[in-house]
Unconditional design. Structure first.
Length: 574
């Protein structure tokens, strides 16, 4: 369904036509056509294919031709023609939040402003406020809009940055505005590791109040657009947030549509057509009568298509719909399944909180156990420990286990896979630990063959049970190091080694692609560890579980879903 896409293009045509001093009646016609198309419940391409565009109110022969051009060629000839008449710099200015074509024309005519730099200089020199229809507030908003436009990151941000912002907005809206239902959708709901923007859906009998309150939140840096049922803002963190108020009868369909992914939705619409139905963000409709037959809940959408409801994290069109048709969607792992954190640091190395504080937080999270994995000695910058220091830590753990029984703390270590392929300690020293984790922390620029061999060497050590943050990536900071993933997974299979899904939102490593490959092709198992250096970071477990769900992992694939008794048995196996 390309209604929104086409409506946006007609809006752009109207704005450029305004800049080019085109006939105002035509401009209004473009805007009216855009409004009508955006509110259609039938795909515009379907109407066009039947030659019925001119039957839509507000669409005459000229606009119908432009619609067909766009649907067939991906562009509108008139728009391309007008763009050639307008300086590109003016088109860039027109994109600044708060500025429309009329204001851009006034700025060009009265102050000879032709570039964004011209505009910024005029605003800073307080020249704009004296123009008719502007004022001091508008001048300030222009400066904010320029900054927002220039600051707006093209890169996506980690889910650990985006989700708390989205949740804070939702919490404020729930408390201070007349909300019936509210849900965060988009890539956050699918638990993608990075987020482009935030989508929030609401039902309410008073949408205008919702829009007013949303646009007045402290988090708002710039209001991009504000309407009766949709408002878009840029936050102080330079994230775009779109808030939509939808009808209760369409809430489920809107959730399904705005959750995505695009590929999943395309597949869903294809299924609908095969059943003589059409599916869009407004609901499910009978193709013959155009009567709405579903839309209030997501579940009824999936049910009417004869398929099992699909968890949002699985909606990437990578085989989930085929499974849903057979009603074989697995019961993927949930946050509540996690019984303990097995990768965490205390004040013995570079952690901020004591082991006792970590225990208290674990108990609050309903965990049964905790593995303390302070850094080994080779990582001096992180306060790496000697064997003597670990033995001291063991004594402290023994005392705490008596105090907090039946909760149990295990002594682990995060070993360093050194550049020469060795690790920090010899095998006799490793016997003191309940479990040994190992990872690469240095020499990440080595060749693929060298890094692969380093990990393979670690896998051959019988005391190393887990490989942590296996590809070394830092989201937004460092790419994965070069590694032969298949060779590593194959070696791990022969030793029964566990791979980590590091739940730190800066890492999320393994990612879902590698985790799914490790399970499906090699039968490997995983631990989800926060790598927390404070009690605050322990709640990042949800992001690691999100990766596991995107990888279609079930409870049995993750070792720290075991209860304490079974986990102790697991530790004694090797």
């Amino acid at each position: 369904m390309r209604n929104k896409e086409l409506a946006d293009k007609l809006h752009e045509l109207a704005e450029i036509a305004e800049l080019a001093n085109e006939n105002p009646f035509k401009i209004r016609a473009y805007l009216e056509a855009a409004r009508v198309i955006e509110n259609l419940t039938t795909p515009i391409e379907e109407i066009a294919s039947k030659g019925k565009l001119e039957e839509i109110r507000g669409i005459g022969k000229g606009i119908a031709e432009k619609i067909n051009q766009y649907l067939q060629k991906g562009k509108i000839d008139k728009l391309e023609e007008l763009k050639k008449k307008i300086p590109e710099t003016l088109i860039e200015i027109e994109k600044i939040p708060g500025l429309g074509a009329k204001r851009v024309k006034a700025l060009y005519k009265d102050l000879h402003i032709q570039t964004v730099d011209d505009l910024k200089k005029a605003a800073e020199e307080c020249k704009i406020r004296y123009l008719e229809g502007f004022g001091e507030k508008t001048e300030q908003k222009i400066l904010e809009g320029i900054k927002a436009m220039r600051d707006k990151k093209v890169d996506r941000v980690s889910i650990g940055i985006a989700m708390p912002i989205a949740e804070s907005i939702v919490d404020s809206l729930k408390v201070h505005s007349p909300i019936d239902k509210i849900l965060i959708c988009g890539s956050i709901r699918r638990m993608k590791d990075t987020i482009g923007d935030i989508d929030i859906l609401v039902t309410s009998k008073e949408p205008l109040k919702i829009m007013d309150y949303f646009s007045s939140l402290d988090v708002v840096k710039v209001i991009i657009a504000k309407g009766d049922t949709k408002t878009s803002i840029i936050t102080k963190e330079n994230l775009q947030v779109d808030l939509r108020v939808v009808e209760p009868s369409s809430f489920g369909a809107a959730i399904q549509y705005f959750t995505g992914s695009k590929q999943h939705n395309v597949h869903m619409r294809e299924l609908a057509i095969k059943r003589n139905l059409k599916l869009n963000e407004y609901g499910m409709f009978d193709l013959d009568t155009n009567k709405k037959v579903a839309g209030g809940t997501e579940e009824e959408i999936y049910d009417l298509l004869g398929i099992q409801w699909v968890p949002p994290e699985m909606r990437e069109d990578t085989g989930e719909i085929e499974l849903a048709l057979k009603r074989k969607i697995p019961k993927i792992v949930e946050l509540e399944d996690i019984k303990g954190d097995v990768h965490i640091h205390s004040t013995y190395s570079d952690g901020r909180d004591s082991i006792e504080e970590l225990i208290k937080q674990s108990i609050k999270m309903s965990y049964e156990y905790l593995v303390i994995t302070d850094h080994a000695r080779a990582l001096g910058v992180a306060g790496g420990l000697s064997i003597e220091k670990y033995l001291e830590e063991r004594k402290g753990i023994d005392e705490l286990n008596k105090k907090y029984k039946p909760f149990k703390v295990f002594l682990g270590t995060e070993l360093n896979i050194l550049t020469n392929g060795e690790i920090d300690f010899n095998d006799d020293d490793l016997k003191i630990f309940d479990i040994c984790l190992a990872g690469i922390h240095t020499g990440m620029g080595q060749k693929k063959e060298q890094i692969t061999q380093r990990i393979v060497n670690a896998l051959k050590n019988k005391y190393i049970r887990v490989i942590v943050h296996p590809t070394g990536r830092i989201i937004g900071g460092r790419d994965e190091y070069k590694i032969d993933v298949d060779a590593v997974f194959s070696e791990a299979k022969s030793h029964g080694t566990i791979f980590e899904i590091n739940a730190s939102f800066e890492r999320l490593d393994l990612n879902e692609v590698n985790a799914r490959k490790a399970k499906d092709n090699f039968g490997l198992r995983f631990e989800i560890g926060t790598d927390a250096h404070s009690t605050d970071s322990m709640t990042n477990m949800r992001y690691g579980v999100g990766v596991a769900r995107r990888a279609w992992l079930v409870k049995e694939d993750v070792i720290n879903t075991m209860n304490l008794k079974d986990f102790e048995k697991f530790l004694k196996l090797k």
